[in-house]
Design a protein around this ligand. Structure first.
Ligand code: SF4
Length: 350
C-alpha cells in the first residue's frame, strides 16, 4: 500500500477519527493518515467487542481463536475468561430484554454524507462525514437510532455518564448521518447501555467427597482438628485447596449477578437533540475539516503530550513518537499498516 493511497482514505470524518484528532493531531496522523496500528488491535479478546458481536448475532459469539501472542496456558485462560464475561453479559442481556417490543428496521447502517459549510451551504470535497449506526428501530410508532454501549461507569439517572451524553458529538453525528440518508428519524438516539460487571475469575475451593473444604499445611497434608474432623478455616502456614474457576462457571456467575440486580447493569434512555445542537455540531464538523485540511497541506501534525498517558496506559504510538521514528514507509516490530476506517466499507456508501 502506498502512502498516497492511505492518505486518500483519511478523507472521512468519523466519530472515532474526530475524537482522535481532538486528543492529539500526531496520533491522528499515525492512525488515520498513515494507517499505522499496533498489531494487538487485531485481537478479538476485548469484552466489549465480544459483547457487541453477541448483540449483532443475537446469541453468544463463538470463542475466538487464540492470536499468535497468546502463547501459554495463562494467556489462553485469560482470553477464555474474557470470552466468558462477554458470554455471561450476552446471556443476561438477552434474558433481560426478551420482551423488548422495539422493531429493528436497519442494522449496522453505514452513512457517508457531504460536509457543508453551515454559513454558506457550500460543500467541501476534501472530507465526508461517515459512520456506522448500530440500529434504526421503531418503538411505540417512533423511528429512531439505537446505539448499544458498554461502560464501567455507574448508570445512575443523574450520573456523569448520562450528563456527558447530552454534549456528545457522536449523537449529533449519527442523527445528521441518518437524516442525510432520508430515513425520517426523530432527532433522538435511544442509548441502550450495559454496564460491564466487575467480577473476574476467582479461585474455587476443592471439596472432598462429603462436600467439605480441604485445608492443607505447608507439606500439602490435610489439616485435621483435635477431634479428628477436617479443619474448615485457615491459619498460619495453611492454605485452602482450590482450583481456578472454569470459564463456564464464570459465565454463569456473571449472568446470575447481572439478573439479580438488573438496574445496576441495564438502562435505556433517549438522548434528544434540538436544532441548535445540530447547528453547533455542523460548525464543529466544518472546523474539524478545516483544521485537518490545514495539517494535510502543511504536512505538520502537532503533538499533545498531555495525552501520551491516559488512564495509566501509554498511547499506542508512544514508542515510535518519542523516538521520532519515520514510519511512512515501514513500521517497527509490533506495528502494521491497516486501512483507516476499516470498520466501514472501502470507498464509502453514498
Ligand atoms: S505519544 Fe503523545 S504526542 Fe505522540 S501521538 Fe501519542 S499522544 Fe500524541
Amino acid at each position: 500500500m502506498t502512502i498516497k493511497g492511505k492518505t486518500m482514505e483519511t478523507k472521512r470524518l468519523t466519530h472515532s477519527s474526530m475524537t482522535c484528532a481532538k486528543t492529539c493531531l500526531r496520533k491522528y496522523y499515525f492512525r488515520y493518515v498513515l494507517g499505522v496500528v499496533r498489531q494487538r488491535e487485531e485481537t478479538p479478546r476485548r469484552v466489549g467487542t465480544l459483547f457487541h458481536l453477541g448483540l449483532e448475532l443475537g446469541r453468544v459469539p463463538d470463542r475466538p481463536d487464540y492470536p499468535a501472542w497468546c502463547v501459554d496456558d495463562e494467556d489462553q485462560y485469560k482470553m477464555d475468561c474474557d470470552w466468558a464475561i462477554a458470554a455471561g453479559m450476552v446471556d443476561a442481556y438477552l434474558k433481560y430484554w426478551e420482551d423488548d417490543a422495539a422493531e429493528t428496521v436497519h442494522a449496522e447502517l453505514e452513512f457517508d454524507v457531504p460536509v457543508a459549510n453551515p454559513e454558506t451551504g457550500g460543500v467541501t470535497r476534501k472530507f465526508r462525514a461517515a459512520g456506522k449506526i448500530d440500529k434504526i428501530i421503531v418503538a411505540d410508532g417512533r423511528k429512531m437510532i439505537m446505539e448499544h454501549k458498554t461502560t464501567s461507569d455507574s448508570l445512575e439517572p443523574d450520573g456523569t455518564y448520562w450528563r456527558r451524553l447530552m454534549m456528545d458529538q457522536q449523537i449529533s453525528h449519527y442523527i445528521n448521518g441518518a437524516r442525510s440518508l432520508g430515513l425520517g428519524i426523530e432527532n433522538t438516539v435511544a442509548y441502550d447501555v450495559t454496564r460491564r460487571p466487575g467480577q473476574r475469575a476467582k479461585s474455587v475451593p476443592i471439596l472432598d467427597g462429603d462436600g467439605i473444604k480441604i485445608i492443607e499445611d505447608e507439606n500439602g497434608e490435610r489439616v485435621m482438628k483435635k477431634n479428628g474432623d477436617p479443619r474448615q478455616s485457615g491459619g498460619e502456614g495453611m492454605t485452602l485447596k482450590a482450583r481456578p474457576e472454569t470459564p463456564n462457571e464464570l459465565r454463569a456467575r456473571i449472568r446470575e449477578a447481572m439478573l439479580a440486580d438488573p438496574e445496576q447493569y441495564f438502562c435505556r434512555r433517549e438522548i434528544p437533540r434540538v436544532e441548535a445542537d445540530l447547528e453547533e455540531y455542523a460548525h464543529e464538523l466544518w472546523q474539524q475539516q478545516k483544521l485537518l485540511t490545514a495539517c494535510h497541506n502543511a504536512g505538520y501534525w502537532f503533538r499533545n503530550t498531555s495525552a501520551c498517558v491516559m488512564f495509566r496506559s501509554p498511547c499506542d504510538y508512544f514508542e515510535i513518537c518519542y523516538q521520532g521514528l519515520a514510519v511512512e514507509n515501514g513500521v517497527p516490530e509490533g506495528y502494521e499498516f491497516k486501512r483507516p476506517h476499516s470498520e466501514l466499507t472501502e470507498g464509502g456508501k453514498k
